[in-house]
Design a protein around this ligand. Structure first.
Ligand code: VGL
Ligand code: ZN
Length: 210
């Protein structure tokens, strides 16, 4: 505890801690539910908490099942570039899209849903995967005067990394809380994501430092 003094401009940012990304879910991240107690313990240390929720319509373009003959984890040439095809997950209103039942959600001031456009995926909480369609988050954070995001959740190498990189791109300080995240790690994606985050000025800490 204590390397960081947490103040009014700091935000605990909790990404996609949903049933489908936890063991037993449709796109389970290994050990994904292990982030829940770590994140819950961090919440009282922050004045401000924002949660995100992956929120896809049925038949979403990122689902392998939408592309006959394709299998999950293959890639697909979307109009906006290469897109990984995933098992169906986080379908709007489904049990898999709900937050993990033990995740503390009461302190959240905003729950941002993303990936709701049928033809475009959104790993980042700031920009969809075409890298130009905004979710509105940067404007919200600026209007509220936040300066630094502490990023937690699932998955380190996809939604967490893309959100951290975009936070930097939008001029926010970004701190990845390592023990509060877990990765999918598809073909070296975790090493790649870590290198990109380091190069972009994202800091790495453990929750004990906060
Ligand atoms: C995610 C793959 C597909 C994530 C969401 O939350 O990291 N990954 N949709
Ligand atoms: Zn998704």
């Amino acid at each position: 505890m204590g390397d960081f003094s947490i103040g009014a401009k700091d935000l605990l940012f909790v990404i996609d801690v949903q049933n489908d990304f936890c063991p037993g879910g449709a796109l389970a991240v290994p050990d994904g539910d292990a982030v829940v107690p770590v994140i819950n313990a961090l919440m009282p240390r922050f004045q401000h908490v924002v949660l995100t929720q992956d929120w896809h319509p049925a038949g979403h373009q990122s689902f392998a099942s939408t592309h006959p003959g394709s299998d999950p984890f293959q890639t697909f040439a979307a109009e906006y570039g290469e897109q990984v095809l995933w098992p169906e997950h986080c379908v709007q209103g489904s049990a898999g899209a709900a937050f993990h039942p033990k995740l503390e959600t009461v302190p959240a001031e905003l729950i941002l849903r993303k990936g709701f456009r049928p033809g475009i995926d959104s790993y980042s909480a700031f920009y969809e995967n075409d890298r130009t369609t905004e979710t509105g988050l940067a404007g919200y954070l600026r209007e509220r005067g936040f300066a630094r995001l502490f990023l937690t959740g699932l998955a380190t190498d996809f939604c967490v990394a893309w959100s951290a990189l975009d936070a930097r791109r939008e001029g926010f300080a970004a701190v990845l809380v390592e023990d509060a995240c877990r990765a999918i790690d598809l073909d070296g994606s975790l090493d790649k994501a870590r290198a990109e985050m380091a190069a972009a000025g994202v800091s790495f800490v453990t929750s004990q430092a906060i």
